[in-house]
Design a protein. Structure first.
Length: 164
């Protein structure tokens, strides 16, 4: 198991020194799912949410969230992101609990000395919160889940792909 690197010799939090690391292409993909009533998903699809085009706004919010990650997560390095892409997949068939869903996938890229996992995770989280904000007037019971890193590449630790 890897050791925690965000603590100094005194046990205090610190930003990791990445100055000796080699700059490589780094790519991370994350996902989140927003669960909602079938009626809410239908309103999103039909453009009947009063605040506007839910997925278009959530897409922009996700990109903005990725760009602001070091402002939100204390030990994250500011990165020069070369790409952030946010996509949506709608699950129109209700699950056993009668909920439909929108699954958000974000891919973040950079060429640098540290990875972009947190930027991808922040992108999907902010997009999910935006969907909730835009639809809460019609469905306060919405919830989030399955927020996870799907894959990452680059750097010393190389390739990671989530199983399942």
């Amino acid at each position: 198991m890897a050791e925690f690197t965000h603590f100094n010799e005194s046990g205090r939090a610190r930003m990791v020194d990445v100055s000796a690391k080699t700059a490589t292409e780094r790519v991370a993909m994350a996902q989140a799912t927003v669960f909602m009533s079938p009626e809410t998903l239908e309103k999103i699809q039909q453009g009947k949410i009063a605040k506007g085009d839910v997925l278009a706004v959530a897409q922009v919010a996700g990109v903005m969230g990725a760009k602001r990650t070091p402002d939100l997560i204390p030990m994250c390095h500011p990165l020069l992101l070369t790409s952030v892409d946010v996509e949506f997949a709608e699950q129109t068939v209700p699950d056993r609990q009668g909920r439909c869903a929108v699954t958000i996938t974000a891919t973040a890229k950079t060429t640098g000395q540290t990875g972009v996992e947190m930027e991808a995770m922040t992108a999907v989280s902010v997009a999910a919160l935006t969907i909730y904000d835009m639809c809460k007037a019609v469905d306060k019971a919405m919830s989030f889940g399955d927020i996870c890193l799907l894959s990452k590449s680059g750097g010393k630790s190389g390739l990671y792909r989530r199983n399942g």
